[in-house]
Design a protein around this ligand. Structure first.
Ligand code: XMP
Length: 318
């Protein structure tokens, strides 16, 4: 029978034998898979694991600092790279969803490659690939799902890097990854995190991206996610977030007319992201969240809740 403890023991031994005293590079995303992969490798090879955590300027509010801190506390050899300006400059003026994804994918590889080259004599690239990713990329070669959205995940291997690849979680499902992480003592807040797309808030800001829009959406998202946590709803939801719409609408504040932005909140139930249903969040929660957002975030005067299922809608709006 499969147990997390036995998996950890066998895998650590295998990794030691395979890698020896060579150096390994791993891109951390803040997500469950890359974090668990990093802790496993750290157990096997210690500081010969060089983790790179890139801030693309499109993460949630405080995410980069908080998660980097948490990784350091876990004893990982991690370097935080703030490349926000590089990403945001490259995205300037672009409003096409697929082009935004491509730009982010390209800049990520450039930044990651720059950093990887600073680690002398690295021989391996580690990735947090899990079993469903393997299946998805196989079906993606022929299936229609491949063409819907191009995904860019942390750790995509550029051909010119010529590193050997190590993927310790390749045979595991998500729940097994969580159990492995738990058995190695990873914090529940890391293991229970909602999925978050690689291109981050860029695909939740419809239309072109500006620093100001990113800042507005970070505030809105923060109020929503903190609210879900405070109301004990976070763990009942598979994924949640906010979208900044390219729409202004008329409102009133005091006796002044306003003409400001609209945000859509989305919370879904799902098991694998392939299909999803919107969550029937309590009206009282939605009411409080909407009031908080409109009162606290300048520039937003309207909040709507997305009640579309996947299919035919997707989880992200872009
Ligand atoms: P959709 O929007 O296709 O999303 O219903 C399904 C799941 O995938 C996430 N997603 C991404 N994840 N890179 C990622 O790493 C991406 O480019 C990307 N696009 C969507 C989405 O957040 C949801 O969990």
């Amino acid at each position: 029978t499969w147990t997390p403890a036995a998996f950890v023991e066998t895998t650590v031994a295998e990794l030691k034998a395979k890698i020896g005293d060579e150096k390994v590079i791993l891109g951390l995303s803040g997500g469950v898979d890359s974090s668990v992969a990093a802790v496993l490798l750290n157990k096997a090879i210690g500081d010969n694991l060089h983790c790179i955590f890139v801030n693309n300027g499109l993460l949630r509010k405080n995410e980069f600092e908080d998660v980097l801190h948490q990784y350091k506390d876990m004893g990982l050899n991690v370097k935080g790279v703030d490349a926000s300006a590089r990403f945001l400059d490259a995205l300037e003026g672009e409003s096409d969803p697929e082009k935004k994804r491509k730009i982010i994918g390209r800049v990520f590889i450039e930044v990651f490659d720059d950093e990887a080259h600073k680690v002398e004599n690295a021989k391996w690239l580690a990735q947090g690939t899990i079993y469903p990713d393997v299946i998805e990329s196989v079906s993606a070669t022929g299936g229609p799902s491949a063409t819907i959205k191009s995904h860019h995940n942390v750790g995509g291997l550029p051909d010119f890097m010529k590193l050997k690849v190590v993927e310790p979680l390749k045979m595991l499902f998500k729940d097994e990854v969580r159990r492995v992480g738990k058995s190695m003592g990873l914090e529940p807040n890391l293991l229970g995190r909602h999925p978050f797309p690689g291109p981050g808030l860029a695909i939740r800001i419809l239309g072109d991206i500006t620093r100001e829009k990113v800042a507005i959406l970070q505030e809105v998202d923060h109020i929503f996610i903190q609210g879900l946590k405070e109301w004990g709803l976070y763990d009942q939801v598979w994924q949640a977030g906010a979208m900044l719409l390219p729409v202004n609408s008329v409102g009133v504040m005091g006796d002044e007319r306003t003409y400001e932005k609209c945000v859509a909140l989305r919370a879904v139930e799902s098991t694998d992201g392939m299909t999803a249903d919107w969550v029937n969040l309590p009206y009282a929660f939605l009411q409080k969240t909407s009031n908080d957002i409109i009162n606290k975030v300048p520039g937003v005067n309207r909040v709507v809740y997305d009640i579309s299922s996947k299919p035919p809608a997707t989880i992200e709006w872009e």
